[in-house]
Design a protein around this ligand. Structure first.
Ligand SMILES: *Cc1c(COP(=O)(O)O)cnc(C)c1O
Length: 510
């Protein structure tokens, strides 16, 4: 495939399945033998007859070689798609002989086969400046988590069996000690993600019962996770109290009745209510729960395990604080601030956690051995705050200062300018984001490299072209596009990736 942003009129790659003549051909029907001529004595019908058959393609030398290494069914599919595209091109008025030459067709078949077999879930370079990009799989795993998964969990592994007695155990007990040590909780378990944790908690604690929650906290996390819907699906009855901006303790008190199952608090992760506001404090809610023998559930979202206020971030609630305040159940994500595999933690009283483990839904939401191994290694990093900011990539990216990033941005810009490629390069002040709906109003000052197509007659490509080329390249680079500039934020580049970004810019602008 051509790497040039300007070269968008490619006819030889079977990329998107949309050929250049696609629009025109649709009206021609199936036969193609309508005798339409291009003025050089060739008709569509005649040219179509020259297109090789599937069998002839299979016999081509290059295709034979392809069949040695690649699954036959994929090669046959690539042949069919390639021939369809060639026929469409012809119906669209392209009569070039080159289109149906054996070497051209076999090369296209080879390219299409490669495309079909290329991994769809593949490694990318995140240059967006969004630390936890859900589209890019959220947290970058630590080296420790990667190693643990690779070494401990790709073969048979101790997951829910006691090596001493060979008796069955509870699989999540492997990580319970660590969660309790770090959060101060009495007991803990882990499930597929925080959405599952929330459902499991509500279903265990309040099936058929009312759950009281402030109207200001009826969050939608995105991707159809809306608190009222989750409650309903979990079998609980939502009892929202107060108003959007102000909820008082008395609102909760007055709503308690004999069918109340729990008090619920959700961290408003992805938005902030500002101005004339009032929320009931964690401590007040916990005390109210205790007085009425109702469990108090705290969905803290990201789940800060360490105090981030030293970096000036005070929006994310500390799990340990909720536990200390007396929350019965606290749930949080594994792949947001914790920076590990996708998971949902539940920490709280042994009474409730044991009940949760017995819920059949826990079986439906359970994690596999790879996740468990990754979680164990990720949590261990939180035992030592001194090395945490070095070894946990999420924490490292969060803790970077704008000054530290400036040097990298300057060097990156220098490297790109030295390519002599047709692109304008500047270093500008910008903001990074935590992402995944966390800390939406938090400003993470950064410096980015801004790339813009040169103006004037040289302007042969657009910003969108450049961004797309970077994303479609292998290795794949995801930049941020803002105000007609392609931005590269060094904050989210991992060690060693700066040079890959430079090489990629060179390749796509060559
Ligand atoms: C992100 C979030 C969730 C969902 O967590 P996942 O791990 O993505 O399933 C639930 N509640 C809150 C408050 C969140 O911020």
């Amino acid at each position: 495939m051509s790497g040039k942003p300007g070269g968008s009129k490619s006819t030889s790659s079977g990329g998107s399945g949309k050929s250049s003549g696609h629009g025109k051909s649709s009206g021609n029907g199936k036969s193609g033998g309508n005798g339409k001529s291009d003025g050089h004595g060739k008709s569509i019908g005649n040219t179509l007859r020259l297109v090789p058959s599937v069998d002839r393609c299979l016999a081509m030398d290059q295709v034979q070689r392809l069949l040695n290494d690649q699954p036959r069914r994929t090669v046959v599919r690539a042949i069919r798609e390639t021939l369809d595209r060639v026929r469409n091109d012809i119906r669209g008025g392209n009569f070039s002989e080159g289109l149906i030459a054996d070497d051209v067709i076999s090369r296209a078949i080879e390219q299409r086969t490669e495309q079909l077999l290329a991994p769809r879930v593949r490694r990318v370079i995140n240059a967006t400046g969004i630390i936890l990009h859900t589209g890019l799989g959220r947290a970058v795993w630590s080296e420790a988590a990667r190693e643990a998964v690779h070494r401990q969990a790709t073969g048979p592994a101790i997951v829910e069996i006691d090596p001493e007695t060979a008796e069955r155990t509870v699989r999540t007990h492997a990580i319970q000690d660590l969660v309790c040590e770090i959060t101060g909780a009495e007991a803990a378990t882990v499930v597929n993600n925080n959405a599952a944790a929330t459902m499991l908690i509500l279903n265990t604690v309040a099936d058929g019962k009312e759950v009281i929650v402030s109207r200001g906290e009826l969050v939608e996390i995105g991707g159809s996770f809306r608190m009222p819907d989750v409650m309903t699906k979990a079998g609980a009855i939502l009892r929202d109290v107060g108003t959007t901006n102000r909820t008082h303790l008395a609102d909760f008190e007055n709503a308690i009745n004999e069918n109340t199952g729990a008090l619920f608090r959700a961290h408003t992760s992805n938005y902030k209510v500002v101005g004339f506001t009032k929320a009931v404090s964690l401590e007040e809610l916990c005390a109210l729960g205790k007085a009425n023998e109702l469990p108090m559930i705290d969905d803290v979202g990201s789940g800060a395990l360490v105090d981030l206020s030293r970096f000036g971030f005070d929006e994310e609630p500390l799990v340990a604080r909720s536990i200390a305040a007396g929350a019965d159940l606290v749930c949080f994500s594994g792949d947001k601030l914790i920076g590990g595999p996708q998971a949902g933690f539940i920490a709280g009283t042994a009474h409730w956690v044991r009940q949760i483990e017995k819920n059949p839904l826990a079986r439906a939401f359970r994690v596999d051995k790879a996740t468990l191994a990754g979680i164990e290694a990720t949590l261990k990093l939180f035992l030592d705050e001194e090395t945490l900011y070095r070894d946990n990539p999420t924490m490292r990216m969060l803790a970077m200062t704008a000054d530290q990033i400036r040097g990298r941005a300057d060097r990156l810009a220098e490297g790109i300018r030295a390519l002599g490629a047709p692109v304008d390069v500047h270093v500008v002040a910008e903001s990074s984001q935590l992402g995944s709906g966390s800390m939406p109003t938090e400003n993470l000052p950064t410096w980015v490299v801004a790339l813009t197509p040169p103006g004037g007659d040289e302007g042969t490509y657009t910003c969108a072209d450049l961004a797309r080329r970077l994303r479609m390249h292998d290795p794949c680079v995801f930049p941020r596009v803002k105000n007609d500039e392609v931005l590269i934020d060094p904050r989210t580049l991992q060690p060693g990736e700066d040079q890959i970004v430079i090489d990629t810019v060179r390749d796509v602008l060559a």
